[in-house]
Write a protein that binds this ligand. Structure first.
Ligand SMILES: CC(C)(COP(=O)(O)OP(=O)(O)OC[C@H]1O[C@@H](n2cnc3c(N)ncnc32)[C@H](O)[C@@H]1OP(=O)(O)O)[C@@H](O)C(=O)NCCC(=O)NCCS
Length: 178
C-alpha cells in the first residue's frame, strides 16, 4: 500500500464520502446518515476526516455531537457516527489510523467522551468499553457489547450515566434500526 493522507473533509469531498460508505457497507444507510447530518448542519469538518490515496477518497470517519441525559443534567459527548473503508482498502490499517487520528482530534478540541455503536471485536482495541458499565444507555434496543464508550480525559466517564440523545438525523434514516 502506497502512502495515503488523512485530512479534514473539504466541501468538495461530500460526493466521494457518500460513495465510500455505499461501497464499504454495500448499502446506503450510512451515506444517508452523513448526508442528513450535513443537511442539518451537524457536521463539523474538523471532526470529519478522510483518507486520500492517489487523489481518491478511500475512507471516512465522522464524529457528531450527542448529549447524555440524566435526571441531574446533561453531559455533552460525541458519537463516532460512521466509519467506512472502501472494500479495496480494508484490513490494511486505514480504519485504525482514522480512528486514532479522529480520537486525537476530538481530544485536541477538548471533548471528553466518545460513544460508538459498533463491532465488539473492533472498537475495544482503541479503549472503548461497554457503555453500560458507566451507566450510559442507548435510546434504542441493542446488545450491551455493541454500545461502547471511551473517555478522552481521565475520569470523564465518572458520574456520566444517562441516556444518549442523538441528533434527529439518526432517526430520520433509521440509523439504529436493525
Ligand atoms: C470495519 C472497518 C472500518 C475496519 O477498517 P479496516 O481499515 O478495514 O481495518 P483495520 O486494518 O483498521 O483493522 C483490521 C481489523 O478489523 C477487522 N474487521 C474488518 N472488518 C470488520 C468488520 N466489518 N467488523 C469487525 N471487524 C472488522 C479485521 O478482522 C481486523 O481484525 P484483526 O486486527 O483482529 O485481525 C472496515 O473494514 C469497513 O469499513 N468495513 C465495512 C463497513 C463496516 O462493517 N463497518 C462497521 C464497523 S463496526
Amino acid at each position: 500500500m502506497d502512502s495515503y493522507l488523512i485530512r479534514h473533509e473539504l466541501p468538495h469531498d461530500a460526493p466521494e464520502i457518500s460513495e465510500v460508505h455505499i461501497q464499504a457497507f454495500a448499502q446506503d444507510r450510512e451515506s444517508r446518515l452523513v448526508e442528513a447530518l450535513r443537511e442539518d448542519g451537524n457536521i463539523n469538518p474538523e471532526l470529519s476526516l478522510v483518507a486520500i490515496h492517489k487523489n481518491r477518497t478511500i475512507a471516512h470517519i465522522l464524529f457528531c455531537p450527542v448529549t447524555i441525559v440524566s435526571a441531574t443534567g446533561e453531559i455533552p459527548a460525541l458519537s463516532l457516527a460512521t466509519l467506512g473503508v472502501h472494500q479495496d482498502y480494508q484490513c490494511m490499517g486505514i480504519g485504525a489510523a482514522l480512528v486514532e487520528a479522529g480520537l486525537d482530534q476530538c481530544r485536541r478540541l477538548g471533548h471528553g467522551i466518545v460513544i460508538v455503536v459498533g463491532h465488539p471485536g473492533y472498537y475495544p482495541r482503541f479503549g472503548f468499553t461497554m457503555a453500560k458499565e458507566s451507566g450510559i444507555l442507548p435510546p434504542f434496543p441493542c446488545r450491551d457489547n455493541v454500545f461502547m464508550a471511551l473517555p478522552l480525559k481521565p475520569g470523564a466517564l465518572d458520574g456520566s450515566g444517562g441516556m444518549v440523545r442523538y441528533p434527529e438525523a439518526f432517526d430520520r434514516v433509521g440509523a439504529h434500526t436493525s
